[in-house]
Design a protein around this ligand. Sequence first.
Ligand code: 5AD
Length: 360
Amino acid sequence: MTRDELTRWLTETDPARLTELWRRADAARQSAVGHAVHLRALLEISNYCIRLCLYCGLRAPNTCLLRYRMTAGEIAACAAQAAAHGCGTLVLQAGEDEGLTTIWVADLVRRLKAETGLAITLSLGERGPTELAAWRRAGADRYLLRFETSNNQLLTPLHPARPGQQLDRRALLRTLRDLGYEVGSGTMIGLPGQSFADLASDLLLFRELDLDMIGVGPYIPHPDTPLGAAASHKRSAATQVPADELTTYKVIALARLLCPLANIPATTALATLNPQTGYELGLQRGANVIMPNFTPAPYRRAYDVYPGKPAARDDLEHHWDTLTARLAALGRPLGSGPGASPNWLQRHADTAAERPRRWA
Ligand code: 5AD
């Protein structure tokens, strides 16, 4: 698909054409990754963050937030719960927290692997190559790091680099790939100043990076952030992408068509815009993954990236029962096992097949 075709789909309003897009994305999802929905247990292990991102509630200067860091024991208990519920993957997510040291995370990964056998996904921000390598050696399988928007002019002011460092998430994504991680990235949809051309470039970058996992969601203004407080002023431009449900489904569908073998979640941010049927519509328009939240309730409330996360009000059992009932009603079976990305499996099969030739 060309940039022009992508832009045309992103701005499409004809219901019949959109139905055709959903149908094509659903067919591609079915033939590339099958019918099962993989459930990834999400654990928000720390909301400390040293970064200053103008859009995110976890930003360091936000003093309206009680900060927490879960202990290894608390995390292990939640991991056991996730395994008992039949999840094959645990996602450890946090702000960019320097209190999560190289050794502490490596020990944690080893412990969780030994105790549960779950696949481990890390989502701990921009970390150095040495520690990413150490965590991979400790057994971490996957890493999530959104590039947020491919338009660097838009990103740089919204996501200030760490003092003395160049911002280069793309280089970091390549490092992760070289380390053998399954690599996930993605964007926010509807950032103030984001155009449809930017969104088309984001989609093309998903393909160029050969991503194994792609997570996208609408930008949701947070009142305690500079961007959220200013949100109403900047939305007038005709080229502005709306931070809405429809655009999110379009990006999910187009991501599926461009990267058929990737694992693509229907994200919590999408379900925040449409708590009733956001997950279902995402899963019918290209997505094949849901990330139920296993973070203990008091911590979950404090993991306030953006307001209105639906699970923040529910306890785990209620959240779990509701989610599995909704998937059953949709006629989609639960995935079993780690549910590795078929894109990663294919890349590694190709590498393994090439190896004897290269070594000869
Ligand atoms: N609205 C929606 N998503 C957000 N994120 C951060 N702030 C917001 C917001 N206000 C997303 C970013 C980040 C992920 C963990 O959450 O894409 O990578």
